[in-house]
Design a protein around this ligand. Structure first.
Ligand SMILES: Cc1cc2nc3c(=O)[nH]c(=O)nc-3n(C[C@H](O)[C@H](O)[C@H](O)COP(=O)(O)OP(=O)(O)OC[C@H]3O[C@@H](n4cnc5c(N)ncnc54)[C@H](O)[C@@H]3O)c2cc1C
Length: 224
């Protein structure tokens, strides 16, 4: 499994001034911060709006060589952090940790499977020149929520498969789990990297195993 929360309480936080925060549709926001440290694509940072609120974890969505750090997040209306975070603007202060985490593997011809904001580590890998031969199964609620789909389509061509049960234009008309269920055969020798909410990860993992993929070839980063 991927990055745990055991370290969250102990994270050292540093004040950072927001370079930019913009809403990009589908309830998504992109936060841009100065980039102070080297990191490996797939790593996360802890982030909060005040020191008295325990940080939440966010995958870095920008590339290893990008000048700024980008975070993609959605606002949870009943959440403690994201309603406040989404109301901030350029020049406001947030508190962030150094990058950490070990969800950083990319193997030749691997399968990426993500829903919602779970695409962030894969976008970071792609922007870092990693995973150009990956196959990406990308699930979203509607066309506005296919964040960064143009970048993925441009790099991965027909190995980028958007899935939406609302049948948004050009998508597979169903969830990522439906796509996997109807797939004739999956490559048994490849690694499968899953990222998103626990319900999706558990459902997809069970389908992969039922299709003959070995448990050891399935790797997950769960957003909770
Ligand atoms: C490794 C990792 C990487 C992540 N990366 C990203 C990312 O790149 N982008 C992104 O948008 N998110 C990411 N997340 C999720 C993120 O950390 C936050 O959980 C999310 O943004 C919500 O934060 P919040 O403070 O607004 O909501 P919270 O206050 O944490 O609440 C979230 C939801 O849980 C419910 N809830 C809270 N406490 C309880 C409880 N005790 N019992 C039942 N329900 C409860 C709330 O009602 C709400 O619906 C990641 C999580 C992990 C673990």
């Amino acid at each position: 499994m991927g990055t745990g929360i055991s370290a969250v309480k102990k994270l050292e936080l540093f004040p950072e001034k927001i370079i930019d925060l913009k809403e990009i549709g589908g309830g998504g926001f992109i936060l841009r911060l100065p980039r102070r440290y080297d990191f490996e694509a797939g790593q996360v940072i802890g982030l909060s709006t005040r020191l008295s609120l325990e940080p939440r974890l966010y995958s870095i969505a920008s590339g290893e060589n990008d000048k700024e750090l980008e975070i993609l997040f959605t606002r949870k209306d009943d959440g403690q952090l994201t309603p406040a975070l989404s109301g901030l603007a350029q020049g406001d202060t947030v508190y962030s940790s150094r990058p950490f985490g070990n969800y950083t593997h990319v193997t030749p011809g691997c399968f990426w499977i993500a829903t919602g904001t779970g695409l962030a580590p894969f976008r970071s890998m792609l922007r870092s020149g990693k995973g150009k031969d990956a196959f990406f199964l990308h699930g979203a609620r509607d066309s506005a929520s296919f964040y960064f789909s143009e970048e993925f389509r441009e790099s991965l061509s027909n190995r980028y498969v958007p899935c939406s049960s609302t049948g948004a234009g050009g998508c597979f008309p169903g969830r990522v789990s439906d796509w996997l269920l109807q797939a004739d055969e999956l490559p048994l020798d490849k690694q499968f990297y899953l990222c998103g909410r626990a319900e999706m990860v558990v459902e997809v993992r069970d389908i992969l195993i039922s299709k003959g993929i070995s448990f050891k070839n399935i790797h997950a980063e769960i957003y909770f």
